[in-house]
Design a protein around this ligand. Structure first.
Ligand SMILES: NC(=O)N[C@@H](CC(=O)O)C(=O)O
Ligand SMILES: [Zn+2]
Ligand SMILES: [Zn+2]
Length: 431
């Protein structure tokens, strides 16, 4: 099976390629990149005027299966990911039951193999039930295909427990991904603690609830030598601490979401639960610090934290609504707008934030190697237009949920074709 993608602007940050060329995918693997490749025996796609990149990778999504299938399933979440240009996602363990055992890990791997249009890799829980007490069976989850550990949705509050988890992860050479929130400081909060929360009469979540956990974990990362990754970083201090940790040679990485680089509390429509997530939207100086962190490299990659919630769950009083918003289908549009069209970073740099950088954080190797257009790598490719105008209407979303603040927004640039293992799994209308 051969697929030849012709005449596109082929951008691969890992190899430094940025020129009009062809990409050949054979038997599901990248077979060649260069001008004028032979078309013999190949299905041909003309990508003239489009950007051809390695398949985009999102290392932080919630697919909700098992247990919360009313909000999303592995199948529908994978479809939404494909529509966002993603060819690989890593799904968090806060399912029901929690993915804290080989049984659930195997269920997710098997279900994804049968039903997902794209590659799905589970992230196993750090502790049993993500209750923050007893370590989960980390080794057997990794053996069954999990690629990292996290209790995302919650922090691991007990420093002794997270230290033990870090020592285990260090031995297995896998990353620990932490949801940095001190529950004693954030207790009862519904939005970022600032003038706006006072004005709206909503209980606040101070930046300090994130900062103290990032500080603690960086010290423990130094103690244990673990690969430590800050999920959905959102505050000025957290970014500064991650930058300092990197300067000191610690294996500390971080991700930012599209909403934490695009929105601050001033954008919130009062009591609109589409603006309610954890970490909460922060104030302007935090957003600027996160954007600056992405530009400087203190923040390694972008991730969506795609967090579907069914309609009625989000149609309650603000305080009662669950935290989280979907993001797979808008990530490229939002990040092009905030980071590239603004002139802050180049297009190749943005592509790196969705390809080589998340691949480096997780560390896929050998036959799982991805995030670059290199012969032998998985034959996953994202083709997108860097500036054509389109309107995101969540009514057309492939996700089962519609909890997004971005519906109705016009973007300049978005996904056109998503290719997994040499097969087109999604194409934009008209292509
Ligand atoms: N981000 C959120 O507000 N919610 C996420 C959990 C998480 O990422 O913390 C969810 O699973 O709904
Ligand atoms: Zn989280
Ligand atoms: Zn999350």
């Amino acid at each position: 099976m051969k697929l030849l993608i012709q005449n596109g602007r082929v951008i691969c940050p890992e190899t430094g390629h940025d020129a009009v060329a062809d990409v050949l995918i054979e038997d599901g693997r990248i077979a060649g990149v260069g001008p004028g490749l032979s078309t013999s025996g190949a299905e041909v796609i003309d990508a003239a005027g489009l950007v051809v990149a390695p398949g985009f990778i999102d290392i932080h999504v919630h697919l909700r299966e098992p247990g919360f299938e009313h909000a999303e399933t592995i199948e529908t979440g994978a479809q939404a990911a494909a529509a966002g240009g993603f060819t690989t996602v890593c799904c968090m363990p806060n399912t029901n039951p929690v993915n804290d055992s080989v049984t659930v890990t195997k269920y997710i791997v098997e279900t994804a193999r049968r039903k997902a249009a794209i590659n799905v890799f589970p992230i196993g829980a750090i502790t049993k039930g993500s209750n923050g007490e007893e370590l989960a069976s980390i080794g057997s989850m990794i053996a069954a295909g999990a690629v990292a550990i996290s209790d995302d949705g919650k922090p691991v509050m007990n420093a002794r427990v997270i230290r033990r988890a870090m020592e285990t992860a260090r031995a297995l050479d896998i990353p620990v991904i932490e949801h940095c929130e001190d529950l004693n400081l954030s207790a009862g909060g519904d939005m970022h603690e600032c003038d706006d929360s006072v004005r709206l009469g909503l209980r606040g979540i101070p930046s300090a609830s994130e900062d103290v956990m990032v500080a603690r974990d960086i010290i423990l990362a130094e103690l244990t030598g673990v690969r430590y990754h800050v999920a959905h970083i959102s505050t000025k201090n957290a970014v500064a601490m991650v930058a300092y940790a990197k300067q000191r040679g610690l294996r500390v990485t971080a991700e930012a979401t599209q909403h934490h680089i695009a929105l601050d509390t001033g954008h919130m429509k009062p009591y609109d639960s589409a603006y309610k997530m954890k970490p909460p939207l922060r104030c302007e100086h935090d957003v600027k610090a996160v954007v600056d962190g992405v530009v400087s490299g203190a923040i390694d990659c972008l991730a969506t934290d795609h967090a579907p919630h069914a309609g009625d769950d989000k149609m309650q009083e603000f305080e009662r609504c669950p935290f989280g918003i979907i993001g797979l289908e808008t990530a490229l549009g939002v990040s092009l707008e905030v980071l590239v069209h603004s002139g802050l970073i180049s297009l190749p740099r943005l592509i790196a934030l969705y390809t080589s950088e998340p691949a480096r954080v997780i560390g896929w190797k050998n036959e799982l190697a991805r995030g670059a257009l290199k012969p032998g790598y998985v034959g996953d490719v994202t083709v997108f237009h860097p500036e054509y105008p389109w309107v995101y209407d969540v009514k057309n979303s492939l996700s089962k949920s519609s909890n997004t603040p971005f519906s109705g927004r016009t973007f300049q640039g978005g996904p056109i074709l998503t290719i997994v293992g040499g097969q087109v799994v999604w194409r934009a209308d008209g292509f």
